[in-house]
Each structure stands twice: as C-alpha cells, then as structure tokens.
Ligand binder design. Structure first.
Ligand code: TXA
Ligand code: MG
Length: 323
C-alpha cells in the first residue's frame, strides 16, 4: 500500500475521515505526538492498528473523542474525573475510567480490561478530524512498538510508510511527549504514566476539589502500572546512557542547560524542561541517524521537576536493557 500524505485542509481532513470510516488507518497530529488512528468501534480497524505497530495484544489503546460529552458515551465519568476533564480537556491528559455498558468500542482495544483510556486532544487538526468522523478513534502513538514516538509526519513515514493508508501532516507537535495517564483504582486518582501535563498541576486541582490522590513520583518502569508499559521503549537503535555530565569517550552527547555547552545537540540550552520535552524524541532520532554501529548516545541529567518527570521516564526506558 502507498501511504497518502494529506494536508490538514478541509479536503485532507474529509479524505482522512472517509478512510477511517471505511476501516483504514490514518495517522494524525495531536499536541503530544502523532497518533495512529483507527475507528474504535470496528474490530477490524483495531486489529489493523496492532498489526501495523507490531504491538502486543495485552497493551490496550487510548480512545480519542472531541469533548467531555462524547467521553461520557464511552466511559463512566466519576466526580473526580469530571473535575480533571473540566480543568485539562482538551489537552495532554488521558483518564482511565470504567467502560460504559453498551458502549460501541471494540473489545480488543481494552485488552480485556473493564476500563477504557479516554483522551480529548487539543490539536485543531485532531479536533476537526474527530468531528468529521463522528465516532471515537483509537490512537496509539504512530510508531512501530518499542521505538521512538513521532512528533512530525516524516517520523510517522519513517516507521509506518506502506503499512497505513495515510498520514495527515499537521507539522511539529507542540508538547512532544505523550499524554499523562491518570486512573482511579479504588476511587483514588493515581498516576499511571507521567506525560505532557505535569503531575503537580493535576494534584493541585484535585486537592482544591477535596479529592485524595496518589500522584507520587515513583515512575521507575517497575512501579508504573499501565499495562504494556514495557521496560525498554522509546528506543533508538544506538545504546543510550543517562546522567552524562560530560561526553563519554567516543559517544554522541545530548545536552541540557549551560553545563553541557559542548554537546552535539541540546535539549534546552536554557535548562527549560518544557523545551526539552518538545525536543526529546526528534533529537534522539537525529542523533541516532548520526551514530556509527556500536556508538552510544549519552544524555545529560534532567531535573525531575515539572515535565522533567516525563522526560526522565522516557529516557529511562530508552536506556533500559533491550529485550
Ligand atoms: O499522547 C498520547 O497519549 C498519544 C496520542 C496519540 O494521543 N497516545 C499514546 O498511546 O501515547 P499509546 O498507545 O502509545 O499509549 C497508551 C498507554 C499504554 O501505556 C497503555 O498501556 C495505556 O495507555 N492504557 C490504555 N488503556 C488502558 C487501561 N484501560 N488501563 C491502564 N492503562 C491503559
Ligand atoms: Mg506509544
């Protein structure tokens, strides 16, 4: 199959919607990363997503909807979840909620769980596409399973060209890291994956609303409970080492802040964690393409504050032993 590259015009979005309604896969931009979209209500479309990504079937997908009202058609939204939805949707927050009885969501998408992950993306192209389709879209990040997530249409083509019907080119993703995932096991808001919305902001809204929460920052791979969050993920071809305060012999060096002035690339010369989040995946790709076999990518230390928590989560997985 020849993957079509569609412009984010009215015509391009209409074409993407027609393809999706027919059960084909279309990658589209969100403010976090590009998603690999398929009609969440069609078993066949969901099966194609797992096949195109090479994704293990025990790893459930996120359902994308245009707004809270549409979310209430697929999930039971508790008071605490509604508070977060009102504060942060549309935006880089995914809520794991009990699936609504009778919701027309392909069961394989949930990998057998009684819950469904729901997200309302803010990107105008994603919003226009969801409204043009008129149905929820399943969309994992649009990369082969285990590899670096795409923040540009060309990254999607690098990994999935010929395996999906089309990609809608909406330019560079503003946030650059996947959404933050919050679930409610035993009714208590719990951080399942750090991401593009800082956990501190979520904790503040919950506290103001009088809800208890467990948004602790232990996000070592073993401690995170979203299924399918494999230890090795976001992996470039080259090996990755962390906390490099100088360039290791023979390595390429990805810097952060003024201390790493001699680095090959810098996630943020001014030590801004949001800028680092925006640059992380694209810079890992750029350096990976520059390495020679056996050469390592060494990354400077990133503070654990704000989006630094999610940047470090992705970096730990990029550096984890490969399966
Ligand atoms: O920003 C994002 O979230 C992007 C864009 C495209 O929206 N999507 C994304 O999807 O990152 P994906 O498939 O790469 O990551 C989905 C994560 C997985 O770690 C999965 O285990 C978790 O969501 N997840 C999905 N359903 C779940 C559920 N019912 N319970 C717990 N975790 C769930
Ligand atoms: Mg992913």
């Amino acid at each position: 199959m020849q993957t079509e590259v569609l412009l984010p015009s009215g015509e391009g979005i209409a074409r993407a919607a027609t393809l999706l309604q027919s059960g084909a896969l279309v990658a589209f931009p969100t403010e976090t990363v590009y998603g690999l979209g398929g009609d969440a209500s069609q078993d066949g479309a969901v099966a194609k997503i797992y096949a195109a990504k090479g994704r293990p079937s025990h790893n459930p997908l996120i359902v994308h909807v245009p707004d809270l009202l549409a979310a209430e058609h697929v999930a039971d939204v508790s008071d605490a979840a509604r508070l977060l939805a009102r504060a942060f949707w549309p935006g880089p927050l995914t809520l794991v909620l009990p699936v609504k009885a009778g919701a027309t969501i392909a069961s394989d998408l949930r990998a057998g769980l009684p819950t469904v992950a729901v997200r309302v993306p803010a990107h105008p192209v994603a919003q226009a596409l969801l409204r043009a389709c008129g149905r929820p879209l399943a969309a994992p990040s649009a990369n082969p399973s285990g590899r670096i997530s795409p923040t540009q249409a060309v990254h999607v083509l690098d990994g999935l060209s010929g395996r999906i019907a089309a990609v809608l080119d909406g330019g560079d993703c503003a946030v650059g890291l996947e959404s933050t995932i919050v679930g409610f096991p035993e009714g208590r808001a719990t951080l399942l994956r750090p991401g593009g919305l800082a956990a501190g902001q979520i904790a503040q809204v919950l506290a103001e609303g009088g809800f208890s929460a467990d948004l602790a920052t232990d996000t070592t791979p073993a401690a995170v409970s979203a299924p399918g969050q494999l230890a090795s993920h976001y992996a470039p071809r080259a090996a990755v080492v962390l906390n490099a305060t100088r360039r290791p012999e023979g390595a390429l060096w990805l810097g952060f802040g003024p201390e790493s002035a001699g680095a090959d690339l810098s996630l943020s010369q001014t030590a801004d964690v949001e800028e680092a989040a925006h640059n992380l995946f694209a810079m890992l790709r750029t350096l990976d393409a520059q390495t020679v076999p056996g050469q390592t990518i060494a990354v400077a230390p990133i503070p654990e504050q704000g989006l630094g928590q999610a940047v470090n989560d992705r970096l730990r997985r990029a550096a984890a032993p490969r399966g």
